[in-house]
Design a protein around this ligand. Structure first.
Ligand code: SF4
Length: 585
């Protein structure tokens, strides 16, 4: 399976037929983010709307997938319903390993199935089944059904959507193996538009590992570095929810629609509290010894007097922020109950929580009424948020359908733009300051993971625009190399360029190993080129007023610094988009 080209399965959903394509480019774009962009260039249409059946839905893995630990992510590329531009979303679970074992570097779905369908594929099989009777089914029920319909537990990855994806919500996620998600920017709606309820990838083949001592020794070294450092402790122990107390302590935790950045009551949803009271177990993506996925339990009374059922719900910092601090919900079990409903609907929890936080303040301020919200939304009232999440997931009325396209879109219609906490999309759980706000607002995925702006804010008090923007550009380039491999970004301290080069060399990718500088540069520019071609204008991105009203450990956010950062980062992004064009002339 080590080869100097890409092996891609293209499936036309209009007739259920597939073809295996060989594509050059291993040494120029590596895989993952680079491969997804390459495939969008080949099959995507910059001038057609995201829901056009001809638009591709792409899943790509990297050259190190299956060979080294934590190379466990899959990159999903698509034209996003959120902004009708090229986008990426990443997830782990078993998806990457299943693809490796099925012997594909990428999948490309084009066309639209006539009826709601599921596609099952493996190294020597491709099958499309009509599942029209599953329309409207929640994610948990459809997961159970797919598991019964298709064998191969353990080697199989199930990607699926819920009602939100079927109704075209720009906040619809693609769930990967229950506990992981291609969460942001509406990949679930792209599956919905293709009448694709699920994708089952059977990792049903095997592959040989390189012979000789070099690979085996390197594997051991990498494994040791990953498990001996404090990374293991940080991510396995409390996991990312450790951030709740840390951020709250430095006035950087968005609370109640970012009206506050600190609140003592958030102790009730800290990582420590979750671990003490709600944690059941840790689990991991395939091929990962860290196991950062924390699974808690929530119970629900289904009959009097004392009949309960319980469910396992995974949690991380971001869902806790979105369903907890942002909504003023400060009880760990109530937060898990909200995450559980969001999961059932197939909504991205970050987008949904932040959108409902805006709706709550808009209701308080009279921009909307209960006629729109259908539930008396109030910060801290978890029960009403449960109802609202179902309305949002099912697109119950015009208000929820518009809110599902983004809080800023709803705010433009109903009023309340100043306090829509949107930075390109609904904000991530860090109110660290100006550099993070601009990093997310203009970043390629509008994700806190595009670049370490949140960490830069915490380490720098100076306001050097050039230094900050150069950091964002350089850090994005480092990360794009990792997402082209495709590594979990939690391993970024271990998978430095020299280590990546050694890993690639041990598998026989000598040319690629010597080209990492050029590859990261090229993929960064290629992604921006496609993004700009599909309509992105970074200078037109709005940063709502609420972000200038925030107080962090550094004091009040500096509006002038924010503006200067935005203008300089926008210029650099456009240069990168153009750079790719120049380079190819
Ligand atoms: S550290 Fe967590 S997210 Fe990353 S690969 Fe391991 S289990 Fe998955």
């Amino acid at each position: 399976m080590i080869r100097d080209h890409f092996r891609v399965l293209r499936v036309d959903l209009a007739d259920g037929r597939g073809e295996v394509i060989t594509l050059e480019g291993r040494d120029t774009v590596a895989g993952g983010s680079g491969l997804a962009a390459l495939l969008f260039e080949k099959y995507g249409h910059v001038d057609k709307v995201w829901s056009d059946p001809e638009q591709p839905l792409i899943f790509a893995i990297g050259p190190l997938t299956g060979y080294f630990p934590l190379m466990s992510k899959t990159v999903c590329g698509f034209k996003s319903p959120y902004h009708d531009q090229y986008a990426e979303s990443h997830a782990g679970g078993r998806s990457a390993l299943a693809l490796r074992f099925a012997d594909y570097d990428a999948l490309v779905f084009t066309g639209k199935a006539e009826r709601l369908s599921v596609v099952a594929l493996g190294s020597r099989r491709l099958e499309m089944r009509d599942v029209h009777y599953m329309r409207g089914l929640d994610l948990q029920t459809s997961g159970k059904m797919f598991r019964r319909m298709f064998g191969g537990a353990g080697h199989r990855s199930i990607l699926r959507i819920g009602p939100a994806g079927e109704m075209g919500s720009a906040m619809a996620c693609i769930n990967a193996d229950t506990y992981r998600h291609f969460g942001r920017l509406g990949g679930g709606a792209v599956m919905g538009a293709k009448n694709l309820k699920g994708i089952v990838i059977q990792g049903d083949a095997s592959f040989d590992l390189p012979e000789g001592k070099t690979y085996a020794k390197l594997f051991q070294d990498v494994y040791k570095k990953l498990t001996d450092t404090d990374m293991m402790d940080k991510y396995h122990n409390l996991g990312t929810p450790v951030n709740v107390n840390v951020l709250n302590g430095i006035k950087a935790l968005p609370c109640r629609n970012l009206q506050q950045t600190h609140d003592e009551a958030m102790e009730g949803i800290s990582g420590e509290k979750f671990a003490e009271e709600a944690l059941m177990r840790n689990t991991a993506c395939s091929g990962c010894p860290i196991g950062c996925i924390h699974v808690g339990f929530m119970r629900e009374k289904f009959m009097e007097p004392n009949q309960y059922l319980y469910r396992q719900v995974s949690y991380d910092h971001e869902p806790i922020f979105a369903a907890g601090s942002m909504l003023g919900v400060t009880n760990a079990f109530k937060v898990l109950a909200l995450i559980d409903v969001t999961e059932k609907m197939g909504l991205d929890v970050m987008s949904a929580g932040v959108a409902l936080a805006w709706a709550t303040e808009a209701l308080e301020k009279g921009h909307i009424s209960e006629k729109e919200t259908l539930a008396p939304l109030r910060f801290g009232e978890a029960e009403t948020y449960k109802e609202a999440l179902v309305h949002l997931g099912r697109g119950e009325n015009d208000f929820y359908r518009l809110l599902g396209q983004g809080a800023l879109k709803a705010a433009k219609h109903y009023g309340g733009e100043d306090f829509a906490c949107v930075l390109g999309q609904e904000m991530g759980g860090y109110a660290t300051g100006e550099v993070f706000f601009i990093s997310q607002a203009l970043g390629f995925r509008h994700s806190h993971l595009d670049a370490g702006g949140y960490s830069y804010d915490q380490k720098h008090q100076d306001k050097d625009v050039e230094k900050a923007v150069s950091f964002l550009v350089q850090d994005e380039q480092e990360r794009v190399l990792l997402t082209s491999m495709v590594s979990c970004l939690f391993a970024r301290e271990v998978f430095k360029r020299e280590v990546l080069a050694e890993c690639l060399g041990s598998l026989g990718y000598q040319t690629l190993a010597g080209e990492l500088e050029a590859v990261s540069n090229r993929v960064q520019k290629l992604r921006w080129k496609i993004r700009v071609a599909t309509g992105f204008d970074p200078s037109a991105v709005e940063v709502p007023k609420r972000f200038t009203e925030v107080t962090t450990w550094k004091g009040k956010v500096d509006g002038d610094y924010l503006k200067a950062l935005k203008s300089d980062y926008a210029r650099r992004i456009m240069e990168m988009g153009r750079g790719e064009r120049d380079e190819r002339r």
